[in-house]
Design a protein around this ligand. Structure first.
Ligand SMILES: Nc1nc2c([nH]c(=O)n2[C@@H]2O[C@H](COP(=O)(O)OP(=O)(O)OP(=O)(O)O)[C@@H](O)[C@H]2O)c(=O)[nH]1
Length: 135
């Protein structure tokens, strides 16, 4: 049997009033540089997934939201290097502030169908159709 080391990541589809979703481009020098992803990151030890996401949104985009505004949407499960990625994807429609690219190279608002034309991490591909059906 293959060994399983879970690597827990949280991410969010921020949805605007037009039903578009925010994606950000990973900066050079990081693994998967230049790919477009959902904002989020690793869950630190001792942190709940929701607290991690609230923290990541403040750090990466400078926006504030509340755990009660994060609705669980779907998840991805995929091998990643020598680990196994479990990515919990939430949906959020309510936050304060204007997202700015504090860590990412760029941000863009896209409809789920437009995501198929973007280079995204392989684990994200199954999430697009689910997101499209959800919003
Ligand atoms: N945020 C995010 N990470 C994703 C997505 N899809 C995906 O495979 N990942 C992977 O999940 C991991 C997230 O780690 P990260 O390095 O971005 O997390 P972080 O913000 O805590 O990074 P840091 O080490 O700079 O603090 C990366 O290996 C990334 O490639 C996604 O849609 N959003």
């Amino acid at each position: 049997m293959q060994s399983f080391t879970p690597f827990l990541v949280v991410a969010v589809a921020l949805i605007d009033a037009d039903g578009r979703v925010l994606v950000q481009q990973r900066p050079p020098g990081k693994p998967m540089a230049d790919l477009w992803e959902f904002p989020g990151g690793k869950v630190e030890s001792g942190e709940t997934p929701e607290a991690a996401l609230v923290r990541e949104l403040e750090e990466e985009l400078g926006i504030r939201t509340h755990e009660s505004c994060l609705a669980p949407a779907t998840f991805a499960s995929a091998p990643l290097e020598n680990k196994h990625l479990l990515l919990l994807l939430y949906v959020c429609r309510k936050w304060e502030g204007m997202p700015e690219a504090r860590h990412a190279t760029a941000l863009q608002w896209v409809r789920p169908a437009q995501m198929y034309a973007l280079d995204m991490p392989p684990a994200d591909l199954p999430l697009i159709g689910i997101l499209d059906a959800l919003i």
